[in-house]
Ligand binder design. Sequence first.
Ligand SMILES: C[S@@+](CC[C@H](N)C(=O)[O-])C[C@H]1O[C@@H](n2cnc3c(N)ncnc32)[C@H](O)[C@@H]1O
Length: 249
Amino acid sequence: MKPRRYPPVAAMTAAGQTGVVRDIFTTVHGRYDFLNHLLSLRRDVGWRAVAIGRMSFPRTRRFLDVATGTADLAIAAARRHPGVRVVGLDFAAPMLEVGRRKVRVAGLSERIELLEGDALALPFPDRSFDVTAVAFGMRNMPDKLRVLREMARVTAPGGQVMILEMTFAPRPLFRPLYGFYLGGVLPRLARLFARNGATYFYLGDSIRHFPAPPVLASLMRQAGLQSVSWHRLTFGTAYLHIGRTPGGF
Ligand SMILES: C[S@@+](CC[C@H](N)C(=O)[O-])C[C@H]1O[C@@H](n2cnc3c(N)ncnc32)[C@H](O)[C@@H]1O
């Protein structure tokens, strides 16, 4: 297979980036979990657990995992919150196929449903979920405000909207090391293990271009969310943002 090349994120149009993202996640699915754990040094598992530990389900008892991919967040949330029903949504059918197998193996098919769809137009009525989250997916969505508005719309009053993402906002002492990892180590590791090595040039590049925590928080407020907070994870290599929809108790 001819190696692919993707343009830098800064040079992509919104439609161009969405095309690249679709291309990546319809080719990487078979190795996604392995590479995700390897390249994040398995921190992704702990970061999802932090988000899941902060979720609460007082009303609808339903959770929406936007850009669910291979359903890691959906499965971990269902295990941690036994009475909750989960919907995972993604536009890459091959990722969902891997996810469906994992859901079956975990014995959670009764509680987790995986659907093909676009985060820009969530196929759910208003106020359907207590918690709506996206893990490591927001970086791939050029129109972040539109996605956040959709997430806020389908979240019940007083519910939580969570964004978990790898970012390039580390503590100052850690910055050179992390910069070297993203620009030097990560693409080399990827070339060894991924069939589509260009994917991991895109990964490092998209992490560097993700908005800094206060900028993402301000987008969340623009989307109508309140009490927005952010939580630094592993020296600032990832952040969890949480906002609440207005209303509630
Ligand atoms: C890095 S993976 C993250 C998967 C998963 N959330 C996790 O924690 O591992 C990003 C996912 O976002 C999906 N995605 C990107 N843009 C999307 C969109 N507009 N609508 C639905 N899914 C999207 C991709 O198909 C991919 O499966």
